[in-house]
Design a protein around this ligand. Sequence first.
Ligand code: GLC
Length: 553
Amino acid sequence: MSVSCQSIGDVEESVGAPWWADAVVYQVYLRSFADGSGDGVGDLAGLRSKLPYLADLGVDALWINPWYPSPMADGGYDVADYRAIHPDFGSLADAETLIDEAHRLGLRILADIVPNHTSSAHTWFRAALAGDAAARERYVFRDGRGEDGSLAPNDWVSCFGGPAWTRLPDGQWYLHLFAPDQPDLNWANPEVVAEFEDVLRFWFDRGLDGFRIDVAHGLMKQPDLADAGPRIASSQHVQAHPAWDQDSVHEVYRGWRTIADSYDPPKVFVGEIWVPDNDRLVRYLRPDELHTAFQFDFLRTPWRADALRTVIDDAREAVRDVGAPPTWVLSNHDVTRVVTRYARHQPLHPVEADWDRGRWPYQAPDIDLGRRRARAAALLQLALPGTAYIYQGEEWGLDEVEDLDGRVRQDPMWVQSDFTDPGRDGCRVPLPWGAQAGANLGFSPDGAVPAWLPQPESWAGLTHDEQVDDPDSFLTLYRAALRIRHQLWCGAEDLVWLDSGGDAVAFRRGPLECWVNTGTRALSLPSCAAVLLSSAGLVDGKLPGDAAAWLRH
Ligand code: GLC
């Protein structure tokens, strides 16, 4: 196939665009990022020691998963105190130092706020358990159905499996859309609204630049708590359900936006929002609500040019009218790592059908294939206009750890699904920083203790230290891509599709073109263009299958 050359305009300056509109945000799953204290658990000291690495990588901001005191029933998404740091991670002073140091290196910091539920260890819920009526009003307590109240108040089930209600010895039930240790808050209660507004100010006053909002489509429930009926599958990713995406939730975010805008510079929100379609999603992005939201369809799309083009267009069009940037995510702490997802042939319509966090476990993975595609996907993601998220270890090409022993698994999904769903531990295994002697591939300073989840031996060749000076490594590719992105692209530029044929995704954006070959046959590239970067070596000037290249005329 041959293609024609395109003339390229000058680089536009994105005057006045807010920093987050074209930012690259690096997701830090703190427990597994780097251990500074030597106990096998990642912490703020470990993260601080790696800030120079992150600045050098070329990202603009960090999003740090929950860092609060927590019994860790759900990896910290069960928060016991929203105004403190888990002692395993450090102290409030460490968090403040981290924010200062990051700012000095030009990195912004987003934390994770979890408003749909607290931990059952939160003082509010403890008071509720002790029978305090006002405290019960902050959660969703109900009498049961049936003569003796022994039937749950409705038919909702937990996202992790099993019922969404737990009965107390006094006969009342409480709602938990996730684990029983994560009681849902009652957002119709003004005390809850006021509490979270105060928590936002608490962290913004300490210099935090914004928040990722956990389960942002949750919070409000239909007031009558109606049965879900045929929509009983409770997964937060499915169709309209009385527990999710209620119109009243938007009022909460209008209040939050007012607080964010009262700071100079204004603070920023990104919502984790699982709704049936983009029309529902953009309602959260109206100018007086959230700034951005993850658009997860991109990561649920199979490695096929037509499907990728469609999802990219849908995502851009969806946010155009509200003036928000699209967001591009290849993986996070809830889904199978991108290398392993792309290592399998994928169902044709995972977005609509059997999305199961990208596991498709019925096929043996071809990890080399997955890695080639993940390298290409990185160049695609980082060329797209909008915000890009990199999940820790993605820049090293780490694969999912699929063979963790059931006894070490910690995700509540494993137990709540009656050991049928392995859960999300496989994408949360501690990072292999180096090959130092010791038990945990450089995760801890002296490697004296094993990491909190065991790392696979196969990662010994994928450590940061192995990759940092290797011109062909994943890390080198990411660093080069991020450098070019910052030098040559700016947020205001949209993409223009190029005529590329069936198996290719190709577009021009500002001074560069991005070509992605999702097929198996080599693809001819425009002959008048210089190849700035490619995910695989060209063969006779052609782009091999499962590879991508950035070109400049
Ligand atoms: C979000 C988090 C996930 C957590 C759940 C409950 O989906 O990303 O890790 O289990 O919310 O808080």
